[in-house]
Design a protein. Structure first.
Length: 203
């Protein structure tokens, strides 16, 4: 529901994982295979010599400094800017407002209901239920409309359709209190807590 770039995150994580895997494999080969270690020493020496030649060829006239350092610094600044922009995109779409309406009464003004009202009310209604391992309620802004996402982790053996019907009843009661209908996404998942946990029993 939010605008987090999930596909981009997965691509970056895949690339980072492959790079770390390659580095780890190279370190293991360097420590265990003498031929790889000898090749690495010769290659690194040649690479270092080529780098020194490149810096020597790009020195400012009459000065020992190379302008390649400026290029490296500029690339690093661009990389930092891209990383900041990527971090800023994570988790976007959250909303702190559930409803807003203009009241032209004796004292005209806007009436606003915060998202925390719905979130806390539903969390309190779902808390302590023996058929739930965990639950969370979050408000998102979907195309300008506040929308609730209710995430439920039922315990093993709980019928999902019955649980969804009960939660829908809670949402209907919330709509009656707020005075308007709020779009809701009910997500019923499963995880290790639902597989290995068990509901409390009353004898």
């Amino acid at each position: 529901m939010n605008s987090t770039p999930t596909a981009l995150n997965r691509i970056l994580l895949t690339l980072l994982g492959l790079k770390l895997l390659a580095v780890g494999l190279l370190l293991v080969l360097l420590a265990t295979v003498p031929a790889i270690a000898a090749w690495w020493h010769s290659w690194s020496a040649a690479a270092w010599s080529s780098a020194n030649d490149a810096f020597n060829a790009t020195r400012f006239p009459g000065r020992p400094e190379s302008w390649l350092w400026m290029v490296v610094a500029l690339v690093l600044l661009v990389l930092i800017g891209l990383m900041v922009a990527w971090v800023a995109q994570q988790g976007k779409g959250r909303s702190n407002l559930l409803a807003s309406e203009y009241d032209p009464g004796e004292v005209p003004g806007d009436i606003r209901i915060g998202a925390g009202v719905a979130e806390q009310a539903l969390k309190q209604a779902l808390a302590g239920r023996p058929d739930l391992a965990s639950s969370s309620v979050t408000t998102y802004d979907v195309k300008g409309t506040p929308t609730l996402k209710i995430r439920l982790l039922p315990r093993q053996g709980v019928a999902p359709h019955l649980l969804a019907a009960e939660v829908s009843g809670l949402v209907d009661a919330l709509d009656a209190v707020v005075g308007r209908k709020t779009p809701v996404l009910i997500h019923i998942g499963a995880g290790a807590r639902t597989r290995f946990g068990r509901a409390e029993r009353v004898r």
